[in-house]
Write a protein of this length. Structure first.
Length: 327
């Protein structure tokens, strides 16, 4: 089966690697995002898929700004793909692409569709408190993750999973599921089934500002968000104005936290965001329901440190409040 692969993320690279190792599948071309500026020097840098494909000697590597323009479509069609595999590509496919290969366009999506359609299914699953999610291999159509399901595989979400750790496991699971689905598809052993659209939920692309912690939420909700948004976009709060050093913005990244079940707010005059206790391994902050212990933080322009060390190095004390935006 002649395969054209479309993808750009590290997780997509895992699927590409598995395809290259799985004869009789033949990767005849890779389509990925153009090089983008990266790092402090803003040098043009290839995405992980392009870098890996080049390392493996895959040709051609096509890097269009827009994949649906006639010249790019002609180039892809000249590769005579029997199937187009899409994993975290970042562009919608038009009708000509969808209808081009005999076996269609097949997408690897990191959720159990119709749950968590959209760009951020992994973060959404962890943040929602789901006990399990997984991967879906589906036949693509014109909608956003609305195509018929070909194959699914489940993966539990553990209580210490972050967006990064869970994505790493799903990337491997998805790569295996994709190769299995393509082999079954070629042998005529795979029957698709439509999604139940009434059960659909959505996980839209996350913006950096959504990492701001709302201390009025329950501690359990905030703790899940901190894990879900690691490493990107990350979660943060703001220091009270009197604790801001030099020309800092006052932004404080919260890298890890845990629910503090030993900290009781009963009888205390607290409000969400208030520092209510400190210990050798962190600083407890009151939330809308319960306390959250900040175990690893990183102040704006500073290094990462445990919560207690941060508290000792700043003008903060029990009773001070986090969360106020410093302009």
């Amino acid at each position: 089966m002649r395969v054209v692969f479309m993808g750009s993320s590290p997780a997509a690279s895992v699927t590409l690697k598995n395809l290259l190792r799985s004869p009789p599948l033949e990767v005849v071309g890779v389509v990925t995002q153009p090089d983008r500026p990266a790092g402090r020097r803003r040098l043009l840098t290839p995405c992980s898929c392009k870098a890996f494909a080049a390392e493996q000697g895959v040709k051609p590597i096509i890097t269009p700004e827009r994949v649906n323009v006639p010249g790019v479509l002609d180039q892809i069609e000249s590769l005579r793909p029997e199937v187009i595999v899409v994993v975290a590509f970042g562009q919608m496919l038009g009708t000509r692409l969808l209808e081009m290969p005999p076996y269609g366009c097949v997408n690897g999506h990191f959720s159990l569709l119709p749950k968590y359609r959209g760009a951020a299914p992994v973060q959404a699953a962890i943040a929602s408190g789901a006990a399990v999610s997984g991967v879906t291999v589906m036949k693509m159509d014109k909608g956003m993750d609305t195509g018929d399901i070909l194959l699914q595989a489940e993966e539990p979400i553990y209580c210490d999973d972050t967006g990064e750790s869970y994505m790493e496991r799903l990337a491997i699971l998805g790569a295996v599921a994709m190769v299995k689905a393509l082999r079954m598809l070629e042998r005529g052993e795979l029957k698709s089934r439509p999604q139940d659209h009434t059960q659909a939920t959505y996980a839209p692309k996350i913006k950096k500002e959504q990492g701001l912690i709302d201390w009025q939420k329950p501690a359990a909700v905030i703790e899940r968000k901190i894990r879900a948004y690691h490493p990107w976009p990350g979660t943060y709060t703001f220091l009270p104005e009197e604790a801001v050093k030099n020309q800092s913005t006052g932004r404080l990244k919260v890298l890890t936290a845990e629910i503090d079940r030993c900290c009781s707010l009963k009888g205390l005059d607290t409000k969400p965001g208030m520092i209510c206790a400190s210990s050798t391994d962190g600083v407890a902050v009151a939330t809308g329901n319960g306390c959250l212990k900040l175990t690893v933080v990183q102040p704006d322009g500073g290094r990462r440190m445990d919560g207690r060390a941060f508290l000792n190095g700043h003008c903060l004390k029990v009773g001070d409040c986090l969360g106020g935006l410093i302009l």
